[in-house]
Design a protein around this ligand. Structure first.
Ligand code: BGC
Length: 745
């Protein structure tokens, strides 16, 4: 009894103490408190060492949290098409995990080609779920660098040539991703438009082109999608590397746009401690000298924002003013992601993710040409199909640089067609050409042996012989993810197709009238044989469901509705970066810098084609369907607008064919009178609409003052000048079906 009497009050006291402790939970751990209060509380508790630690990497893809305070490590991953397989702590070799495969989503060029903003949201959401399940807090993507030359090895990771299209697609992607509590890291900021010597290229560009062409998608990512992360690019602008570029990061990003997130260096993109301290870099990863691919191992303490920074503070050369700003941003990132108790657990390789990937692929594939209605393949009258080409049997999720993936499953084009048609007809295969038979990237090995020692003549002869016996020939060619193809770190060497594919295509065109050319790439390529090949399809890098999605479009189960997110030039002479002789730039005497002047200014892509009256092979916004659409005469709700007003254009769209399909109505603005030279037209609104056969619906497109503005680099202001404008409405940049005049007061 005595024991009970003394033990009971002691237990009670203990309970009370625990309760008090819980009530005194530090503010930074209390998620009922506003994030900014938690940030200040955590910051106040951190030592100098802890602050320095959270602003640089501790391994290839992670940064430390604060062990003492229970703040977890922060894990990043590439990006942007799926969650990359894990590498070793301090080495690019595979970690050898068996639970790090993923669903590979179609490359971002394909997403852009859907012109479907809802799909961009689904893409982001699905990727976010995969990232969460894999324990990642930040995905290194999406990329929104503008396609300026079709030789750029990384265009497949970006969203095409048009700042408006890229802006509209990137916002829902980021919102979808971040709705899972996983940060986006939009990249590569900015002007990273080619890959050769990417650390040495100093871009010289007018402010007008910077603001009108190269920055809008980043701005939308920051001011509309509120991206939590942004990655600086490798190249230089105004003679300063962009990972610590005063103008881009301090003045524009954090100043003009009010960015409150984190600037992450590209892996090895930092070069100078003082610039990194002063010019807006917040987190340093993969520094080239120590830790990217050579140099000392586990050298993270040598990073520019590590020991060297700490020592400068200790010597009194810097206060903690800049450091505290960086740490605040990093803590904000933690509270938004890995310290967000509301975020879920995610899911990996789910049916829903495969469905999303399939739908995006199906809607992004572009039917470029379809003479005599060769496509879809007539499955009732066909006995034999011949499939030709290495890309019919090559995995495309492996390789290409940092976007490489270990897909849980990848359906290949030949398999996709065999699955779709196999029971009904013979599906034969001939190699046609041998391209790059390597099937390994950083230890991820594709399970197919692509070796073939036959000579080109023998391969062509075999393909031609079989083509003569077939009802259809489907050639899968294009580029691949190997070095100097569509691959990070290098540009393509030529615009033409590699590996002698042109010869094979020309021979096949002579052997069989029903030839379908499917181009697998993230870039346009030369097509000297365009007139000889009745059907041409742009098949992108489609990820896990590539074969299924291509087969669905080729057989008509899915009606193609993709539209090109870039102009497809006939030759490099039609691309100003080349015709004006500015790519790849000029080495500065005695310095490791290449100056690349964007002499074409704002005239990129269709803006240049319009200005120079160039007919591309296929225009921006072009894409055919198995049905036909008729766009009615567009009308406006007013003919005069004032500065803060908006104007709505309505156009009826009718599906005049016999199958269901989707059309993208595109609105371009033409400024009829302007004090500065402007492109003839610029995309400012679009909408994708699905219609049953015979169905008619109205599409309404609204634009405001922004759509009429240009960046005036004399006044450093966006300006909408009063005067006459026209809305040019159509279903491709070269097929305008209505022009509606209006005036800005
Ligand atoms: C690429 C980035 C990528 C990073 C990490 C860099 O080489 O440029 O896009 O996110 O590596 O893999």
């Amino acid at each position: 009894m005595k024991l009970l009497k003394t033990a009971f009050p002691a237990a009670l006291a203990c309970l009370c103490a625990l309760q008090a402790q819980a009530q005194q939970q530090p503010v930074y751990l209390d998620d009922t408190k506003p994030i900014e209060e938690r940030v200040e509380d955590a910051l106040a508790r951190m030592t100098l060492e802890e602050k320095i630690a959270v602003i640089h990497a501790q391994s290839k893809f992670s940064s430390p949290g604060v062990k003492r305070l229970g703040i977890p490590e922060f894990w990043t991953s590439d990006g942007p098409h799926g969650v990359r397989p894990d590498v070793l702590w301090d080495d690019w070799k595979q970690a050898g995990h068996t639970n790090d495969s993923c669903v590979a989503f179609p490359a971002l060029t394909c997403l852009a080609a859907t012109w479907n903003t809802s799909l961009a949201r689904i893409y982001g959401e699905s990727l976010g779920e995969e990232a969460l399940y894999r324990g990642k807090d930040m995905m290194l993507g999406p990329g929104v660098n503008i396609l300026r030359t079709p030789l750029c090895g990384r265009n497949f990771e970006y969203m095409g040539e048009d700042p408006f299209l890229a802006s509209r697609m990137v916002v829902p992607y980021i919102q979808g991703l971040q709705s899972n509590g996983v940060a986006a890291c939009v990249k590569h900021f900015a002007l990273n438009n080619d890959e050769n010597h990417r650390n040495e290229v100093n871009v010289v560009v007018s402010d007008r082109a910077l603001y009108e062409i190269y920055l809008p998608a980043f701005k939308a990512a920051v001011t509309e999608a509120h991206t939590w992360g942004l990655m600086g690019s490798y190249n230089l602008f105004e003679n300063q590397h962009n990972c610590h570029n005063r103008r881009l990061l301090n003045d524009i990003l954090k100043g003009e746009w009010g960015y409150d997130g984190v600037v992450v260096s590209d892996w090895g993109g930092a070069h100078d401690t003082r610039q990194a301290i002063e010019n807006g870099l917040d987190m340093e990863f993969g520094t080239w000298t120590d830790g990217l691919s050579f140099g000392a191992s586990n050298a993270y303490d040598n990073y520019y924002l590590a020991r060297p920074y700490r020592e400068l503070i200790q010597k009194g050369e810097y206060t903690t003013r800049e450091l505290d700003d960086k740490v605040r941003r990093v803590l904000r990132l933690f509270f938004r992601t890995n310290m967000n108790r509301d975020r879920g657990f995610g899911s990996l390789c789910s049916e829903a993710h495969y469905d999303a990937a399939r739908q995006i692929a199906g809607e992004g594939i572009v039917l470029l040409q379809n003479e005599d209605g060769v496509l879809p393949i007539d499955t009732t009258a066909t006995r034999r199909i011949l499939v030709v080409g290495e890309n019919a049997i090559k995995m495309m999720t492996v390789g290409g640089g940092s976007s490489t993936l270990k897909a849980q499953h990848e359906s290949l084009p030949l398999d996709g067609l065999r699955q779709a048609l196999g029971g009904k007809m013979e599906v034969e295969y001939a190699r046609g050409y041998v391209g790059d038979t390597s099937n390994e990237f950083e230890g991820v090995v594709a399970p197919h042996d692509l070796k073939d020692d036959r000579k080109p003549e023998a391969l062509i002869a075999e393909a031609v012989e079989k083509a003569r016996q077939a009802d259809y020939v489907v050639f899968f060619g294009g580029l691949n993810k190997s070095w100097q193809q569509d691959c990070e770190g290098s540009d393509r060497k030529e615009y033409g197709l590699p590996y002698g594919q042109d010869r094979v295509i020309e021979a096949l065109a002579k052997a069989n009238k029903r030839l379908v050319y499917v181009n697998i790439s993230g870039n346009p390529v030369a097509m000297p044989w365009k007139k000889q090949v009745p059907a041409i399809v742009q098949g992108w890098f489609l990820g896990s469901t590539a074969g299924d999605a291509l087969a669905a479009v080729l057989t008509g189960r899915v009606n193609p509705s993709g539209k090109l997110p870039y102009t497809w030039p006939a030759s490099l002479d039609d691309v100003p970066a080349h015709s004006l002789g500015t790519y790849p730039g000029t080495w500065r005497k005695g310095e490791k810098i290449i100056d690349e002047e964007y002499k074409e200014g704002i005239f990129v892509g269709y803006r240049w084609a319009d200005k120079e009256d160039i007919r591309p092979l296929f225009a921006f916004g072009h894409g055919l369907s198995y049905t036909t659409f008729k766009l009615g005469k567009a009308r406006a709700d007013k003919d005069e607008i004032s500065a803060n007003d908006s104007i709505t254009f309505t156009v009826s769209v009718t599906n005049t064919g016999s199958v269901a399909g989707a059309e993208v109505v595109q609105l371009y603005v033409h400024d009829a009178e302007s004090s500065l030279e402007r492109p003839y037209k610029e995309l400012k609104a679009f909408k994708k609409i699905s219609l049953a056969p015979g169905e008619t619906r109205d599409v309404a497109l609204t634009i405001g003052r922004d759509a009429l503005s240009f960046y005036n680099d004399r006044t450093r202001q966006w300006t909408a000048e009063p005067g006459r404008f026209e809305a040019l409405i159509g279903d491709a940049s070269d097929n305008i079906t209505s022009k509606v005049a209006f005036t800005l007061k």
